[in-house]
Design a protein around this ligand. Sequence first.
Ligand SMILES: *Cc1c(COP(=O)(O)O)cnc(C)c1O
Length: 370
Amino acid sequence: MSRTGLQLLRPEVLDFSPYSPGLGIDEIKTRYNLENVIKLASNENPLGASPVVREEIERYAGHAFRYPSSGNLELRQALASMHRSVPERIICGNGSDEIIDLLIRILCVPGQNNIAAFRPCFSIYKLQSRLCGVDFRQTPLNPDFSFNFQGLLELVDEQTRIVFVTNPDNPSGYAASWPEIENLACSLPQSCILIIDEAYLDFAEPAQSFDSIPLALASQNIAVMRTFSKMYALAGLRLGYAVLPDFLADYLLRVRLPFSVNLLAEKAGLAALQDQTFRQTTRELILSARQEVTAGLQDLGCQVYPSQANFLMFKPPLDPDLVFNQLLSQGIIIRPLKSYGLAELLRVSLGTSRENQLFLEALAKILHEN
Ligand SMILES: *Cc1c(COP(=O)(O)O)cnc(C)c1O
């Protein structure tokens, strides 16, 4: 690339360090010449796409030449009835990622407003803030990964437009109860929107103790984001939504690219909402796997952090890099947390019983041999 070419780019773009995703299955098959690879790196649903949803996608495959609906009204209506709300307070996006990006862009003036969150946090918040030229402030989580609300409030001033909280949190799995979230919301100035990212809420036990949507519906400065990527097993189709104050939903819908939610994603989302059996099965699987894998890791001498999500963060009794790489060479992909600034920790997504068993056996062997 020529130097003059680079001079054309915005400074925020030149400085940008891209999102670091979990490794892909095909990549690892090729690298280690393996036939079977188990991916426990991106918190996907281990059951795969539900049969009901597959059927719906097949039914609509022939409609792929049509533009999708522009406001996703049918899907927003279905979500509204699920959350006892109205479609005017809900927007859908190409994953929650798109909604995060849009909220930053409609609320924050570059170089003037700022955003506050914990450290570590989901990296998309920071990446999109930086890309927009918006100051991103962080305060460390408590040493046990619980939320330091006081520290968060100390970051907030009259120029703060967004506070991001992930609940249950990624990568720790920690979750604060909704009265704590309500306290935070009440302590924030009205000029600041509290965005609660509840990507993993469906796995919390009991989920109602952590659900902030009723709080958001009664408020004008709380937004709650949910996704179809985890519990609903649609990560590859890209579908997320948010419950918002009505003025935010209205303006988000105006500025959003009109067709960012594709036709198959909308149909799949509608079918997935109907498919309670699949969600029930997933929930039972994850809740029992959480107990089993926690116990299994502890038996191997790992320190495991309590989790309300479909993954576990743990500290192995051996160099985490070595553990990660040896698991990888055996075709088991988990997530190193170096990119979160947690080099001593690892994160494993909960899989099927068989996947979890193979993971624990492989880990036991690595710990035994080193
Ligand atoms: C997985 C995840 C999401 C989901 O993002 P999508 O764009 O909807 O796939 C959102 N927030 C957090 C913290 C996540 O871990």
